[in-house]
Design a protein around this ligand. Structure first.
Ligand code: NAP
Ligand code: MG
Length: 729
């Protein structure tokens, strides 16, 4: 295994890697550090899942499984780039593309009937949603803006939309019947194996058997009432119309891959309620459920003029919808993975509470977030900015995050323990000693879920928070709601550890709403704070605060201290930026900013030095930090516009500053001597290299695929400077 693993992913970050990874490999080799890759892309994972359908030459190893083993060892040193968490439409598109490239994969069975189809479907379902991160995240999360990044943002404040007190933008959440209000939770005194059953008038169905939990695991169960959800959605559609705002739904159909597509489907049905009432049977026959979104639905009813007319009729009566792309007519409800709450809500808040409407103009919006577990964070943020006006990034402090994440902690709605209830009855969670741990009365269509958090990860998380608070000396808040069942169990862990370590006075414990306000007040004063949160808020807050403070979460330092001693370095907190690929393909300009990769690389090299006593790696890592600083100080980050410097230019500058720092340092004279001529060559060829890269821009670019690109074509697009390539080798 290589010293450092750099993951092969999808979309924009993978395009960036085609340019950046050769530079990393070349520089690292000088310190005897090998940098290898493992393929966790959606296409790669599909190919690894279906060897029986492929020729010998087409088969691919299961790199994700290998990495899953590696992260449990002290040797792990993995740089993890964001990958696609596939929704069904994305999965189907990736399969189609691979088939067209000659891979004889089975189609994705929409309605599996035979045993073989069911087996294929189960395999595909395993690839859906957040299938990668939970496997790799064998540790808790430490995310913050590196000092250089934060001070750059303060010196170069980004544009913020104005917030006014009369903004009609608001958050709408259910008043009951949601996951939040139905939650029950218990901490297991001893190891247990649970089964989940549904008892109905007709008998008992086992939904899931053999779920084992070690002693000390916090096990929750809850459900969302389908009837309450439907009533809420219908009501909010009406209220949106009355208020004259945009209807917008914000979900996390990728991470909460079982529950949230179902909730999304309810919204599609609520929006088209009269159509589903009138043509329900026909829509069933066409295999239309709503869960795959309005886009798929419209595609499937194309040949049914009556239904199309009914859809047009109801659409005309609905309030305007928040748009993903108003030019192309892509609405909020077209694709479940287009509007993802952790990215969409911060963007809307940063814009002063505005979203894009069908007329291509900005408007206030009703932000529908059905469940109350975390909606108060956005609700309170909006209230705060209405009262106080927009945040000033030039003076604002920062909110760091320590997130509970290890061993699939709090993976709500994505576990194999989430179910859409097939018949009215009682769901029981029964332990092997016969104890009924949890019980809920449910109706048809309710969404029941259980999630858990293990003792060792919880304790590790609290200790990580203690370490970080000590290092930073700032205000530190556990975002836990004493009145919520799950959080109360966590508080029972947190308080004794803080007391035993004598640091209870350094920490506060607040419910998410209060913690949101306290954190916004703190950063408004220019001070810093640490948010110590569960897994979902880790995800949400490490987009929300960075987007307000830095304009993007892609620049975050994101460290996973693996529980068995290894290191996992995630690059930023953003995703794979599909829009950036679109721009590259259309006009050969890649606006992806690799600052997240730069930060992760520096951490990874320093970690290697600490773990393996490789002092050359330490020198290399320190020079990475200097190069990152150089990129920021000299404004070498990519521009958004074609014809201006892009991602590839920024890699040239990074290589140059990196080589210059290595040549200039005196800790390791061998490295200095090695890099002096490289630095010289990069400096003296500046004009040539930058003009070769600039010449590549403008026309369409051919990658030979979207999900499964052609390596040679991608390299040709992403490494257009023969001069730079010759220096890098
Ligand atoms: P996203 O990819 O983060 O994109 C949202 C916007 O953020 C982009 O359009 C871009 O803004 C900006 N952005 C993100 N990273 C950037 C970077 N490095 N440089 C410059 N701008 C950057 O979020 P998404 O559209 O919600 O998700 C896309 C895909 O990523 C999904 O498949 C999702 O599942 C996946 N995802 C993966 C991870 C992970 O693996 N850790 C995390 C989140 C999302 P502009 O377009 O305005 O430039
Ligand atoms: Mg996120």
């Amino acid at each position: 295994m290589s010293d450092i693993i750099y993951t092969k992913v999808d979309e924009a970050p993978e395009l960036a890697s085609a340019s950046f990874l050769p530079i990393i490999q070349k520089f690292a080799a000088a310190a005897g550090v090998s940098v290898g890759t493992k393929d966790i892309s959606l296409a790669g994972r599909i190919l690894a899942t279906f060897p029986d359908y492929l020729t010998e030459a087409q088969r691919q190893t299961d790199d994700l499984a290998e990495l899953g083993q590696l992260v449990k060892t002290p040797d792990a040193n993995v740089i993890k780039l964001p990958n696609i968490s596939a929704s069904v439409p994305q999965l189907v598109a990736a399969v189609k593309e691979l088939q067209s490239q000659g891979y004889a994969l089975p189609d994705y069975p929409e309605a599996p009937s035979t045993d073989e189809e069911k087996a294929v479907r189960a395999k595909y379902d395993g690839l859906k949603g957040s299938a990668v991160n939970p496997v790799l995240r064998e540790g808790n999360s430490d995310r913050r803006a590196a000092k250089a990044v934060k001070s750059f943002a303060q010196k170069n404040p980004h544009r913020m939309g104005e917030w006014t007190a009369d903004s009609k933008t608001r958050v709408a959440s259910m008043s009951g019947g949601d996951f939040f209000s139905n939650e029950v939770s218990a901490t297991l005194a001893k190891e247990a194996t649970a089964k989940i059953v549904l008892e109905t008038a007709d008998g008992e169905t086992v939904l899931k058997d053999g779920v084992t939990y070690p002693a000390g695991t916090v096990v929750d169960a809850t459900f969302m009432s389908a009837a309450a959800l439907d009533a809420f959605l219908a009501d909010e559609i009406e209220k949106t119309k009355a208020e004259g705002t945009l209807f917008s739904l914000h979900m996390k159909a990728t991470m909460m891959k079982v529950s949230d597509p179902i909730i999304f489907g309810h919204a599609v049905k609520a929006w088209l309620a009269p159509v589903f009432d009138k043509f329900g049977d026909k829509l069933d026959a066409l295999g239309v459920t709503g869960n795959a979104g309005l886009g798929t639905l419209l595609e499937k009813v194309k040949g049914e003029p009556e239904i199309v007319a009914a859809i047009e009729e109801i659409t005309a009566q609905r309030p305007p919808m928040y748009m993903v792309d108003s030019d192309k007519g892509i609405t909020n409800l077209h694709v479940p993975s287009d509007v993802i709450i952790d990215a969409s809500m911060p963007a809307l808040i940063r814009a002063g509470g505005k979203g894009w409407g069908p007329d291509g103009k900005e408007s206030d919006a009703n932000c529908v977030i059905p469940d109350n577990s975390y909606a108060p964070v956005y609700d309170e943020s909006i209230k705060f900015f209405k009262e106080n006006g927009k945040l000033n990034p030039a003076t604002a402090g920062t909110v760091q995050n320590i997130g509970l994440m290890a061993q699939k902690a709090e993976e709500y709605g994505s576990h194999p323990t989430t179910f859409e209830i097939p018949a009215a009855g009682t769901v029981k969670m029964i332990l092997d000693d016969g104890t009924v741990l949890h019980s809920h009365n449910v109706e048809v269509g309710d969404i029941w879920r259980s999630a858990s958090a293990r003792k060792a990860p919880i304790e590790d998380w609290v200790n990580l928070a203690i370490d970080r608070q000590k290092a930073e000396g700032t205000r530190a808040i556990f975002w836990l709601d004493a009145d919520r069942a799950h959080d109360a169990e966590l508080i029972a862990y947190v308080k004794p550890i803080l007391e035993a370590k004598g640091v209870a006075d350094k920490f506060e414990i607040m419910a998410p709403r209060e913690a949101t306000r306290a954190s916004l007040e703190t950063i408004t004063k220019g001070e810093n704070t640490i948010a110590i949160t569960g897994n979902v808020l880790r995800d949400y807050l490490t987009d929300l605060f960075p987007i307000l403070e830095l304009a993007t979460s892609a620049k975050m330092l994101s460290i996973v201290k693996l529980m068995n001693g290894g290191g996992l370095f995630e690059t930023g907190a953003g995703g794979s930026a599909p829009k950036h690929v679109q721009q590259l393909v259309e006009e050969n300009h890649l606006r992806w900013d690799s600052l997240g990769e730069f930060c992760a690389l520096g951490e990874s090299l320093t970690f290697l030095a600490d773990a393996k006593g490789n002092e050359k790696a330490r020198v290399l890592g320190a020079a990475v930090d200097a190069a990152t600083q150089g990129i920021l100080d000299n404004g070498n980050s990519p521009s958004r516009k074609v014809g201006e410097p892009d991602n590839r230019d920024s890699h040239y500058w990074f290589a140059r500053y990196w080589a210059e720092a290595l040549a200039a340092q005196s800790t390791d004279s061998e490295l200095a001597a090695h890099f002096a001529p490289i630095a010289e060559a990069l400096v003296s060829n500046e004009a040539k290299i930058t003009s070769e890269i600039a010449a590549a821009q403008g026309a369409a670019a051919d990658l030979g695929g979207y999900f499964h690109t052609d390596d040679a074509k991608t390299a040709a697009v992403m490494r257009p400077s023969a001069t730079l390539n010759a220096i890098i080798g």
